[in-house]
Design a protein around this ligand. Sequence first.
Ligand code: PEP
Length: 255
Amino acid sequence: MARKTLIAGNWKMNGLKKDAKALAGGLARKMAALRKKGGRANFEMLICPPFPLLGLAAEAVKGSGIRVGAQDCHAEASGAHTGDTSAQLIKNAGASYAIVGHSERRTDHAETDREIKAKAEAALAAGLKVIVCIGETLKERKAGQTLNVNRKQLRGSLPAGATAANTVIAYEPVWAIGTGQVATPEQAQEVHAAIRKALKSKLGPAEAGKMRILYGGSMKPGNADELLSQPDIDGGLIGGASLTVKDFWGIAEAV
Ligand code: PEP
């Protein structure tokens, strides 16, 4: 089943206005150059800057086809939630995606599957697409719990109303994030296949067959090809290597 590869960059808490302008603008120019040569991107590209840079990034990629997303959102539409950002405001700033449940949010902010599900539902209600992150720790992998942990997180955080058109899953083994220790293509494929099987029983074979499952964890231009050629890996959620045009575009070129 054809699934358009999604190359998504998670900038985390990096960059100032000038960096965002240079990075988003540089990627937009790469897209324009590709078109000028008569090419058409066979992938979808997404950049997820910190909240205050969303509008600026959206402006910098306007007309290029590159999408902009947030790294989190609040579960409520508005109200007394100091320091938080609603999905509606994210959409209003020019974004079309929100990541929820990243392992750094699960750890730093003690986010539970239940909260992540509520955030994902708020994102969908605001008209955003959502990327739901799941993944096991090294301890869980060593204990042979990898598939169980991922299935449990998926069950707990998948939003009601999830479809292949509005929801993307990101499998991000926690031990591979920012460590340089990438999962082997076989390790990643095993989990992706288990996720797709779990999606099948939850959403039915048609929706599960169309839903994109991204791999995240130390993906780089040098290892992207092998990972992206696995049958159930439909793109990447990329941290460190999304911070330069050369590396991020290099990953896209592997598609
Ligand atoms: C991430 O933060 O989602 C991530 C995968 O980071 P890195 O690519 O740096 O491992």
